[in-house]
Design a protein around this ligand. Sequence first.
Ligand SMILES: Cc1ncc(COP(=O)(O)O)c(C=O)c1O
Length: 454
Amino acid sequence: MTQHKFLLDESRLPKAWYNINADMPVPPAPVLHPGTKEPVTPDFLAVLFPMALIMQQVSPERWIEIPEPVRDVYRLWRPTPLHRAVRLERALDTPAHVYYKYEGVSPVGSHKPNTAVAQAFYNKQEGVKALTTETGAGQWGSALAMACNIFGIDLEVFMVKVSYEQKPYRRIIMENYGATVYASPTVRTQYGRRVRAEDPESNGSLGIAISEAVETAATSGGRKKYSLGSVLGFVLMHQSVIGLEALEQLVLAGEYPDIVIGCAGGGSNFGGFAYPFLHKNLTEGKKTTIVAVEPASCPSLTKGKYTFDYGDTAAMAPIVKMHTLGHTFMPPGIHAGGLRYHGASPLVSQLVAAGQIEARAYPQKPCFEAAVTFARTEALVPAPEASHAIRAAVDEALRAKEEGKQRTILFGLSGHGQLDMAAYDAYLSGHLEDFEYPEEKIRESLKRLPKVAF
Ligand SMILES: Cc1ncc(COP(=O)(O)O)c(C=O)c1O
C-alpha cells in the first residue's frame, strides 16, 4: 500500500531556523536609505523593526535558535504534514511521484504564522505595544492578528482594497483576533490621500498598503513598529521550518526531490520551503532543480529588471536590489492577491540572477484549472496563490509521463482556498479573465527607478 501522509511528532519540530546568508555564493547588495540612497544604519531600520530582527537580517550564522515561546505557539499546528498526491498522480497517469508540503493546517490557513509568531514575539520582548502592517489576500493580516493577540500587541492592518472587497471574511477573522482593518488606500495617511486624489477608483496594491503601514509606524513617535510578511531575509528564514520539516519527512518516504516548486509573491513561502534544499545543493553537491512560480501579469522574477528599487510605492521604504517591475507598477487585480507585488525578495532575486533558482510565470486561468484538478483528486481546495505551484507541478508530472521518466516532484501548498470562493466562482462560471502581459505599464514604471551609486 502506498503511504499517503508523512507525519512528524511534535518532538521533531525544528529547534533552529536555517539562515541562507551563511551559504550565499556572493555577499548580498547593501540596503539603501530611501532619502540619502546610502547604505542604511541599524538606527534607521530600528524605527520600524525590533533590534533582534535587524540582527537576524544581517546575521552570518547558518542556524538561529528558535526561542522556546515561539516553538510553543508553533506546536498548535506544527509539524505540518507532507502528503504524497497519490490520486493526482493516478489521474495524470504519470510515473512521477508528487509530494506536497501542506501549510494550510495552520489556524489561519497558510504559512504566514511561521514568521508572524516570531515577529510578534521579538516585538513583545522589546516592549513594543502596537504594530502596523499591510495585507494582500488577507492571509498575512490574519496571521499577524492571531500572533499579536497571543502576545498582547495591538495591530492595525492596511488591506489592499481589491482583496478587502473580494474577501470580507478575512477582515472578520482579523477583527475576531482584535485587529483594526482598513481598506487601502485610506484617508488616514498622507500617502493614501495622495493616491486617492490621483485615482479615486484605485484598487490598491501591496506597494501602496506597505507605504501606508510604514508611514503610520514611522510617524507614531516610536509608539508603533511595522511588521512585514514577506520579502525580507529574516521573514524567509522564519519560514525555513517548512523546508526543514519536509527534508525529514522525505527521509521517511525514502525519497529525495528532483525538483522543488513554490509560488512566489514576495518570496517567503518559496524561500522557507526551498532554501533547506538549496543548502544541500550549495554544500553537498545535490542537484535538485528549484523553481519559483509567479503570475504572468505580475512577472517580477521572469520579466523584471534586477536592480535597486524602493520596496514600496511611495518611495518611503528602503531601496533594495531585487527583480522589480518598478515601484509604481500597479498589477492587474488577479485573484492571487498575495502575488501582486512589484518586486521580490532580494535574496531570491540574487539566487535567480546567479542561476541557482529557476523562475516561471503562468496566467491565472491555467493555474485555476490545475487547482480544480487538484481539488477533484486530492480533495483539498488550494489558495489561488498556491495554484501557481500546482500548475508547475502538474506540468512537470506530465513532462515525466511524456519522457517516460520517474521523477520526484515536491511542491509547497502554502495555504487552503476556503475563503477564496469568489475566485473559484469566477473560474467555474467562465468569468475569470487572463490579463495581457502589461508591457507598456512596466516600461513606464521602470523609468522611475531610483538613481543610486551602487
Ligand atoms: C497562501 C499564500 N501563498 C503565497 C503567498 C505569497 O506570499 P509569499 O511569496 O511571501 O509566500 C501568500 C501571500 O499572501 C499567501 O497567502
